[in-house]
Ligand binder design. Structure first.
Ligand code: FAD
Length: 415
């Protein structure tokens, strides 16, 4: 059986895998990436957050992504019963990036993967990890290519960025259930010929359909728009027919979308994803670190996935380099805690979205600019800025603000 040696093996060529691979390679270590599929491949997760630009920048990907001309994203717009709540990243509390992109992921991920290959990182497509044996921090990974050929990779360290594949958690029984209820998404890409009939046609928009059910509208620069419904699986049971028929009924039933998307050409059959939230016991071990979706994926509502994926990889890459230099790494303090800081901040906002707390804040008649800026920074992905009270004491501040708004509104109504 063929065998190769490398300093670091990266599993998966999604954003988390490629960011880690590039940063480690730039530090002078040898890296090999194995990717189960052939790129470009479809994956959902098309709206980025400004914070991920810092990770893409350090990985050396920004120029290549800029050259693709993806739709730029300057904020997020929430709509409920025709009322609009607008967040513009330039208004945010934290100093940082004020824009990012809305990207068809097939093309975006291929761009990052191509950058890695151009840096001289061997990237083996259609190659799946089937087994890993650890000997201390060294490892021997068995992979299988599409023709059924098996070979091994000896590595000093493994970065597992295998996303929904969850390679190491599955091989070593590290998975544990998420604290979030299972939700379902029904989505497709559509040719958005009526785009210009709406105000700000290229803005990402989150539409509240009914309590607990919402829709993403993510326009791409190609004139195609991604539209997806998300909600409790029981919501979709009220509609009859196959996925496409249910989707068409849902579009028709939403006044904000019906005129724009009625009868629009679908670029692929309506797809379903369900129960995507997952987590693991620990994000590191002797000779490996988990990054991106393999750590914990919450919910699509605030587009946190790619940002958590790239920022966790950026952090992991620095620590892998430190380890390879022979320095001590306290993985719990230096990796697990910062990753959980970001994940737990977003978890609060996800929970407060579904329990209606954020509705009270987003659609309050009077908005307090100071608080809006702080929440805007969370929506921009700056969930590690502990100067921001809405990050540092996320649950407390969000709940407190909603209570104050409710009390003021009750007082006004009684006067
Ligand atoms: P991935 O992008 O999944 O990449 C992992 C790679 O590993 C894949 O290419 C896979 O083929 C490969 N792999 C898997 N198993 C193996 C194996 N055994 N061997 C080798 N390779 C393997 N995020 C956002 O930021 N914005 C959004 O708007 C958004 N919307 C979403 C909507 C829905 C309905 C869902 C479910 C998620 C959404 N997400 C969104 C989340 C987003 O999809 C992920 O967080 C993101 O893709 C994670 O990146 P990653 O690099 O960790 O994993």
């Amino acid at each position: 059986m063929k065998s190769i040696k490398t300093d670091v093996l990266v599993i998966g060529a999604g954003p988390s895998g490629t960011v880690a691979a590039s940063i480690i390679k730039q530090a002078g270590y040898s890296v090999v990436i194995v990717e189960k599929l052939r790129f470009p491949r479809f994956v959902i997760g098309e709206s980025l957050l400004p914070r991920c630009m810092e990770a893409l920048d350090e990985a050396g990907f920004l120029d290549a992504v800029k050259a693709k001309g993806f739709q730029q994203k300057y904020g997020a717009k929430f709509v409920k019963d025709g009322v609009i709540c607008d967040y513009l990243f330039e208004d945010q509390f934290t100093k940082g990036w004020t824009w990012t992109w809305q990207v068809p992921r097939a093309e975006f991920d291929k761009t990052l993967a191509d950058c890695c290959e151009q840096m001289g990182i061997p990237l083996h497509y259609e190659t799946t990890v089937t087994d890993i044996q650890f000997n201390g921090t060294d490892s021997v990974t068995t992979v299988e290519d599409i023709e059924g050929n098996k070979w091994t990779i000896e590595a000093k360290f493994i970065v597992d960025g295998s996303g929904y594949g969850r390679v190491i958690p599955k091989l070593f029984n590290l998975d544990k259930p998420s604290s979030l209820p299972g939700r379902k998404a029904l989505f497709t890409h559509m040719r958005d010929l009526n785009r210009l009939s709406v105000h700000e046609p290229n803005r990402i928009t989150i539409v509240t359909h009914k309590p607990g059910v919402w829709i993403w509208v993510i326009p791409f620069s190609s004139g195609i728009t991604s539209v997806g419904y998300v909600g409790d699986p029981s919501f979709f049971k009220d509609y009859e027919g196959n996925n496409t028929e249910v989707y068409d009924q849902l579009i028709e039933s939403q006044p904000y979308l019906a005129d724009r998307f009625r009868g629009a050409e679908k670029m692929f059959e309506t797809r379903v994803l369900e129960s995507w939230s997952s987590t693991t016991d620990k994000f590191y071990g002797d000779g490996f670190v988990l990054t991106g979706n393999v750590t914990e994926f919450l919910d699509p509502i605030f587009s946190s996935g790619v940002t958590l994926a790239t920022v966790s990889s950026q952090n992991a890459a620095h620590l892998v380099i430190k380890k390879l230099k022979g320095e001590e790494v306290n993985w719990e303090k230096e990796y697990m805690e910062p990753v959980m800081q970001g994940v737990n901040t977003f978890r609060t906002y996800v929970n407060c979205w579904y329990d209606g707390t954020l509705d009270t804040i987003f659609f309050a008649k009077k908005q307090v600019l100071e608080y809006k800026k702080m929440i805007c920074s969370v929506l921009a992905g700056y969930v590690w800025d502990l100067e921001n009270p809405f990050v540092k004491r996320h649950l407390h501040e969000v709940k407190k603000l909603a209570r104050v708004i409710e009390m003021k509104q009750a007082l006004e109504e009684n006067n």
